[in-house]
Design a protein around this ligand. Structure first.
Ligand code: ADP
Length: 477
């Protein structure tokens, strides 16, 4: 069982108190299949209590400066505890410890950046005097915010949302993934020290359906901020329609990584490695389709293969590990299915890293494939694993149409030596984030979000705060 100074309680948190639930939910270490801890399996009753505790906080709104002090204190607390938070992330998620600690820094960045940009919430007095009135626009908290997050960034996904919610003055009910609730319990240990009013931040752990039902139907919940699959996102939109909830949704992706023949191929290969193998390929911004202009395909595939063979797959707690385990059996099964389907339809394996064969741990060997075509499942669905499927294209037009040939529009990457062509292609890509000669993903300072079925709204930048704000316009005679 996991021991940690940040886990003196293994409970949810409602109305300022650690709170249990009827059942227990085991949290598994994906690196060895062992049970790390058990947390409460909360249901509708606890979620209603959490929403009501949160709603009560709206009666006594905190000043902008007070909220800024909370946001700042939380960022500092995460930084101070980066190593222990990183260890808990690695234990329950499996990612390499360097990435676990990096996630804590990334999460702290959202609070730090938000604290610096809260002035946008000051009342705005219009310069004009329409109708001979003075007009002021106030930024009010939208109401109780439900923050629903996935397992691939157990801390950062909440940080993106909670920084904006707290800044705007929205009390929140957080529902972490049932696979990775421990990081959130650890965060609440830190939150307790920040001195928030009871009910300002609540944590419900448990299976999604009963908790989700209350969050979608309770009239006091005004914003649902969700990161996860497009399927669940669509369900939340439908379930929240009855009470007209605002939706801030960061959903699935199918990121193209486009390499033109005039690109710096060594640079592109380095960036692909950093991008593709982050969290073992289990992020929504990881390159999913590698589109390479034909004359460069051989050289680029060789450059990537050479690098892939050096990857070290294993337990994320070991510092030499570069790729951890798949989160669970379903995750493993999907990557295996995509590999088998591609090979069945004619793709060739051109490189493989070695991976320990521990059935309970689900280590997947990073694999590079060539001869990929648009009929293969790995180009239609998000693989969410360490598979590198290389597909070739002959023209700029074809690169754009292949890249956009998906219902998703989250992240894309373009490597190209010609500036004009890069600008032309980027303007035609229907993706909310496009890396130009870089595989970098989002950062706290910039807005991030999806086009098409990859979501609604933005996180990060000052735009992330606005998802939790309701404007109130006051004319005055
Ligand atoms: P992932 O498998 O990537 O975590 P999901 O979309 O399945 O993606 O889950 C993301 C988050 O949404 C998790 O916290 C999960 O528990 C939650 N979730 C899943 N189904 C529902 C639902 N019906 N209502 C509310 N939350 C849900």
């Amino acid at each position: 069982m996991l021991e940690s100074k940040l886990l003196p309680h293994l409970d949810g948190y409602i109305g300022g108190k650690w709170t249990g639930g009827a059942g227990a939910l085991a949290v598994i270490n994906p690196a060895n299949g062992e049970i790390l801890a058990e947390v409460p399996d909360m249901g509708e009753g606890e979620t209603e209590n959490a929403v009501e505790a949160a709603a009560a906080c709206l009666d006594e709104p905190a000043s902008l400066e007070k909220r800024r002090s909370w946001v700042r204190a939380l960022g500092a607390a995460i930084r101070e505890n980066r190593e222990e938070l990183g260890r808990i992330i690695t234990l329950e998620n499996g990612k390499p410890i360097v990435e676990g600690e990096g996630e804590a820094d990334y999460a702290a960045g959202f609070f730090e950046h938000t604290a610096e940009h809260m002035d946008i919430l000051e009342p705005r007095r219009l310069k004009e005097r329409p109708r001979d009135h003075a007009w002021t626009v106030y930024s009010r908290p939208a109401g109780v915010a439900a923050l629903i997050t996935p397992w691939n960034f157990p801390l950062a996904m909440v940080a993106k949302k909670l920084s904006g919610a707290l800044a705007a003055g929205c009390p929140s009910v957080i529902k972490p993934s049932e696979k990775t609730p421990l990081t959130m319990i650890a965060l609440f240990t830190l939150l307790e020290r920040v001195g928030l009013p009871p009910g300002m931040c609540n944590l419900v752990t448990g299976m999604p359906k009963p908790i989700g039902k209350v969050l979608c139907e309770h009239p006091a919940v005004r914003v649902i901020s969700f990161t996860g699959s497009t399927g669940v996102g669509k369900h939340l939109i439908a379930a929240g329609a009855g009470t007209v909830k605002r939706m801030a949704l960061e959903l699935g992706g199918n990121a193209p990584f486009i390499v033109f023949a005039d690109a710096d191929l060594e640079l592109a290969a380095d960036h692909l490695m950093q991008n593709k193998f982050r969290a073992g390929g289990q992020t929504c911004v990881c390159a999913n389709r590698i589109l390479v202009e034909s004359p460069a395909a051989e050289t680029f595939a060789a450059a990537v293969s050479k690098r892939v063979k050096t990857l070290v797959v294993g337990d994320g707690l070991e510092r030499k590990t570069s790729v951890g385990p798949m989160i669970d059996a379903d995750g493993m099964e999907k990557v295996r299915r995509h590999l088998a389907d591609a090979v069945d339809k004619g793709a060739k394996v051109v490189a493989e890293a070695s991976a320990p064969d521990v059935e309970a741990a689900r280590f997947f060997s990073p694999t590079v494939l060539r001869g990929i075509t648009g009929e293969m499942a790995c180009t239609r669905e998000e693989t969410f694993g360490p598979l590198v499927p290389i597909m070739e294209f002959e023209s700029e037009e074809r690169a754009v149409s292949l890249a956009n040939d998906t219902e998703y529009g989250l992240a894309a990457y373009l490597f190209c030596g010609n500036r004009e062509r890069a600008e032309r292609v980027i303007s035609r890509l229907r993706f909310g984030h496009v890396g130009r000669n870089t595989g970098t993903g989002p950062t706290p300072e910039a807005p991030f979000g999806g086009m098409k079925q990859s979501g609604i709204g933005r996180e990060g930048g000052h735009e992330g705060i606005l998802e939790f704000v309701e404007l109130q316009t006051v004319p005055e005679s």
